[in-house]
Design a protein around this ligand. Structure first.
Ligand code: TPP
Ligand code: MG
Length: 567
């Protein structure tokens, strides 16, 4: 009978679950796994920081819906994964994190003076859906299977396994290893109850101004198609949370972009809201007055896979507990039996047209602004208009992020990567790399503030080495621009907001990337075109007008929302 070690069992278990990519800084503890992974043809990507490694696995999952693994060395490697795990946990993104331990017994017994040792399970537990220590090589498949079941179900999220090196080296008989087929051991909820679907259909049918609020769960549940079908059947306008942009094509006549910052007129006019795959959190202004009309004036239908998300910030009139895709399909079917598709009502259609014209005119106005340094609106709009239709867009930064949201039009699901919920600066570059690893044929473009870029700048070396040709457009006001506004408003100070005038292009070149420096508006377009065609990772450093950067349209509402929710 053939003998195989725990490293081989782990790799077979990962492959059985559809995991084919590992992000990790290689170390002794992972070596039995990495040896088998290489032999099995799995992709290994070696980042320069474990937090960035987790963000890469997060970007991989966001852009594809598939999980990747990320591994960290015992002690500090696992400690460095924590910020990435917390972000994925808060944002509901599934990934499998693995931490090494030198020997099995160290999981349970703190040995005084042990090197590279810390309370790993205790530290990761609050920011993972499931965390456990694998006890033996033979039980690896069972732990991996349980971890994935937990990661993918309900509100998705990261999971963690502690895998001691002696477990990875332990040999077992190949025939004793039982790996279950996920199709027969991992199940997801289906459509909501038929009665609830009928009640929801009746409400939508009788609505004067139906509004669909689509959340990140539409991406996660691959529900963009039935979302569009439902919108076209009901005549509802579709608004997304910031994290769900692209779940509905933003150039569709029924799209009214994202809820924040200009969605309030539609929030107030709508009489029936269908929320799908969203917590209805802060970026949807909790669906509460004054930004919304409130429960007495508007009915709420809420479709969510996790019933504990229902009724939290706002009472629900019709609760639909189930999978987003199956739920929307069931609604479309029910409404199709009841009559012909409806177009948006007069009031809704007028709002949608006004919204789109306002946004387009605002964008166009920035293209007229020339000179040096570059206006941040010009930077964002010019970049956005150059993006190929199949581009994956990553956004990271403070005010730079707001400018980027204003400038971009997203047409496809899973094509915007941004931490709309946790607001985690530094995620953009690793997200871009993770997305490019998963989808090498799609252009991946990052719009990023200089402050945000600095957090994981070293990953440019990873991008160059791994040939993940992302393009980073770095808006340089040489400051934490957004904080300047907040701090001034809150406490009349701007202490600590300025950086020095770094030549990020030179750093990028030194790390193996194509680099451009843009100081004048007319240099922008040719530099972006060269970067997109460079055939290697590229950084376009753009020096922007720091006085203009502190004041993007919509910022006042953003600050207002922040203030309102802290009182
Ligand atoms: C990891 C992390 N640290 C701090 C913050 C708080 N924060 C929010 S916006 C911002 C400024 C961002 O600066 P930059 O990326 O340069 O964009 P700018 O506002 O200058 O356009 C800071 C520090 C955060 N969101 N995330
Ligand atoms: Mg900045």
């Amino acid at each position: 009978m053939a003998r195989i070690d725990g490293g081989e069992v782990l790799v077979r278990s990962l492959q059985a679950q559809g995991i084919d990519t590992i992000f990790s800084i290689s170390d002794i503890g992972q070596s039995p796994m990495l040896r088998s992974a290489e032999a099995a043809g799995m992709r290994h990507v070696g980042p320069r920081h474990e937090s960035a490694a987790v963000h890469m696995a997060d970007g991989f999952a966001r852009s594809t819906g598939r999980m990747a693994a990320v591994a960290g060395a015992a002690g500090p490697g696992v400690a460095n994964m924590v910020p990435g795990l917390m972000c994925a946990w808060m944002e509901g993104v599934p990934l499998l994190a693995l931490g090494t331990q030198r020997v099995r017994r160290s999981v349970h017994a703190v040995r005084r003076g042990r090197f590279q040792f810390g309370p790993q399970l205790e530290v990761v537990r609050p920011v993972t859906k499931f965390a456990a220590a694998v006890e033996s090589a033979a039980r690896i498949p069972e732990f991996v299977s349980e971890a994935l079941r937990q990661a993918m179900n309900g509100r998705a999220g990261p999971v963690y396994l502690d895998i001691p090196t002696d477990v990875l080296l332990e040999e077992v008989d190949e025939d004793d290893v039982v790996i279950s087929d996920p199709a027969r051991s991992c199940f997801r909820p289906g459509a909501p109850d038929h009665e609830a679907i009928v009640a929801a259909a009746e409400l939508l049918e009788g609505a004067r101004f139906p509004l669909i609020m689509a959340g990140h769960g539409v991406h996660r549940g691959d529900a963009a198609e039935p979302l569009r079908a439902l919108a076209e059947r009901t005549g509802a306008l579709v608004m997304t949370t910031a994290g769900a942009r692209g779940a509905f094509p933003e150039d569709h006549p029924q799209s009214v972009g994202m809820s924040f910052p200009w969605g309030t007129p539609a929030h107030l006019q709508s009489d029936v809201i269908l929320a799908v795959g969203t917590q209805l959190g802060e970026s949807a202004q909790f669906l509460m007055p004054p930004a919304w009309a409130g429960p007495d004036a508007q009915r709420l239908i809420h479709l969510e896979v996790d019933p504990t998300q229902l009724g939290v910030n706002r009472v629900v009139d019709v609760a639909l507990v189930g999978d987003a895709r199956a739920g929307l399909e069931a609604l479309v079917e029910e409404l199709a039996d009841r009559g012909a598709p409806r177009a948006p009502g007069e009031e809704a259609a007028a709002y949608a047209t006004e919204y789109r014209e306002f946004r387009r005119a605002l964008q166009d106005s920035y293209l007229e602004i020339n000179g040096s340094p570059v206006h941040p609106g010009r930077l964002a709009v010019e970049t956005a208009r150059l993006l190929p239709d199949d581009a994956i867009v990553c956004i990271d930064g403070g005010n730079t992020g707001l400018w980027a949201h204003l400038a971009t039009t997203l047409r496809h699901p899973r094509s915007l990567l941004w931490t709309g919920h946790f607001g985690h600066l530094g995620t953009g570059l690793p997200y871009a790399i993770g997305a490019k690893v998963a989808q090498p044929d799609r252009p991946v473009v990052l719009l990023v503030g200089d402050g945000a870029f600095g957090f994981n700048l070293q990953e440019l070396e990873t991008a160059a080495r791994e040939r993940t040709n992302v393009v980073a457009v770095v808006s340089c006001d040489f400051a934490w621009g957004m904080e300047e506004v907040y701090m001034q408003k809150t406490a009349g100070t701007t202490v600590g907001v300025k950086h020095s005038e770094v030549r990020y292009d030179r750093v990028a070149e030194a790390l193996g990337c194509h680099a451009e420096l843009v100081e004048r508006s007319d240099e922008l377009r040719p530099a972006l075109e060269r970067a997109l065609a460079a055939g290697r990772p590229a950084v376009v450093q753009v020096v922007v007008d720091d006085r203009e950067n502190i004041n993007p349209p919509g910022l006042d509402d953003f600050v207002g929302m922040y203030e309102a929710s802290t009182t």
